[in-house]
Design a binder for this molecule. Structure first.
Ligand code: SF4
Ligand code: SF4
Length: 401
């Protein structure tokens, strides 16, 4: 599962036909190739059969509480960024059966559902999403962290670990940032460093490197694992020259330079020492406690369990489904909810994401994907909230100096 162990990265340059060959080869070897598609006016992750299924030429327009997809990128295959869905939809499904119980005569049998066996290809995984998968690997005990080796952790979600082990990842380095992206300040993008089998960079045609050119995109494909490397020879490209590698690097640098948002440095200690800051009251006046931010977040993992029985009383099932720290019931303990107001729920979410997550898992819980900003119906911006606290602390420190 470690995709970062290949010491000699191999790189080829191919065209759209080469990528179609790749999708076909992966489709023949795996149960399905999942990739970005347009559905309901947004980029979603669903099965694809060729590059024609991708949102070809589409560009997304994102801002706080705003998302639109439109044409504008010619034949580009990857000019959009992330939509409302993430790969957790496949690795950590929204609803799962945990166990089933059946009454037999005087006895009662409990059985776990069969382990997942589907082998999926995730095609078009962005660097911030690779980072999110690496974070969920830690959360679900499928990766080493906190000094513990993989397999030594106290608990492993066996379903997640099985799905993860059966996945093949084709990453795409971002050639464009949306207005809500801030991965550069979280050190998770816009270029993937590890965690993939293959990584693609879409290179615009020379000499005018704008995305609106109608033809001529090339694709630098690099290996990140031995099984990825084994596929490269089948794509029909040519070995990458220094100029190709430099062109791909320039794409990433331009994307990085165009990023408009950033997270303040040292957000973890900042929030930990500001638990009673008046900004929590201010954001609570705008927040609807709708939970959208947690549903779209690629790292949020809160869940609840539900038991269902049939009318005969002979069959029972326990289900796990996604939940959110924004619901009142989520913090229901011993006759009452401990986070009754929106202030405490928003503070719980943001301080967990940016601060206490570090203590738990040795990493931030945020990858800078920007989804929580775009899909918040009132446009609450996690970078702006952190900055407001940062600025008030800076002003207070200047005043006392
Ligand atoms: S907190 Fe927001 S920006 Fe950070 S990973 Fe989650 S959805 Fe993305
Ligand atoms: S921050 Fe926005 S998306 Fe999250 S619960 Fe509040 S209103 Fe909903």
């Amino acid at each position: 599962m470690d995709r970062s162990t290949t010491t000699d990265v191999r790189r080829i340059v191919t065209d759209r036909k080469g990528l179609d060959t790749l999708v076909a080869a992966l489709g023949a070897e795996y149960d399905a190739v999942i990739g970005p598609r347009v559905s309901g006016g947004a980029v979603t992750y669903d099965p694809i059969a060729s590059t024609a299924d991708l949102p070809v030429g589409m560009v997304d327009e994102q801002e706080g509480g705003h998302y639109r997809l439109h044409d504008g990128a010619g034949d580009a295959l990857f000019a959009y960024t992330v939509g409302p869905q993430s790969w957790k939809k496949y690795l950590y499904p929204p609803r799962q059966t945990l166990w089933r119980g059946t009454r037999h005569g005087g006895g009662f049998a409990v059985e776990a559902p069969p382990a997942p066996t589907e082998r999926l290809v995730f095609f078009g995984v962005r660097p911030c999403e690779l980072a999110a998968i690496a974070i969920q690997d830690k959360v679900f005990g499928a990766a080493a962290h906190d000094g513990r080796a993989k397999g030594e952790q106290q608990y492993t979600d066996t379903g997640y670990a099985a799905r993860r082990a059966a996945s093949f990842i084709v990453a795409v380095n971002c050639g464009r940032a949306s207005a809500t992206c801030f991965c550069a300040s979280m050190d998770t993008g816009p270029r993937a460093r590890s965690g993939y089998d293959l990584a693609i960079t879409e290179i615009p045609p020379e000499p005018a490197p704008e995305l609106t050119r109608d033809a001529g995109f090339t694709y630098l494909v690099e290996s990140g694992s031995e099984r990825g490397e084994a596929l490269l020879d089948r794509l029909g490209g040519r070995p990458a020259a220094d100029g190709d590698i430099q062109a791909a690097e320039s794409v990433s640098q331009a994307t990085r330079a165009s990023m408009k948002r950033e997270m303040v440095p040292d957000a973890a200690p900042l929030l930990a020492r500001n638990l009673d800051h008046p900004r929590w009251d201010e954001v609570a006046e705008r927040c609807l406690s709708c939970a959208n931010c947690t549903m779209v977040c690629p790292t949020c993992f809160c869940s609840t369990v539900e038991d269902t029985t049939d009318l005969t009383g002979d069959h029972v099932e326990r289900w796990r489904r996604w939940d959110s720290c924004f619901t009142l019931d989520f913090s229901y303990i011993h006759g009452g909810s401990i986070r009754r107001d929106t202030r405490s729920r928003y503070r719980q979410w943001m301080t967990h994401k940016l601060s206490s997550w570090e203590e738990q898992f040795g990493t931030s819980g945020c990858t800078g994907c920007g989804r929580c900003i775009t899909w918040c119906p009132v446009g609450i911006d996690i970078t702006e909230e952190a900055r407001a606290i940062h600025e008030s602390e800076r002003r207070a420190n200047e005043g006392s100096a």
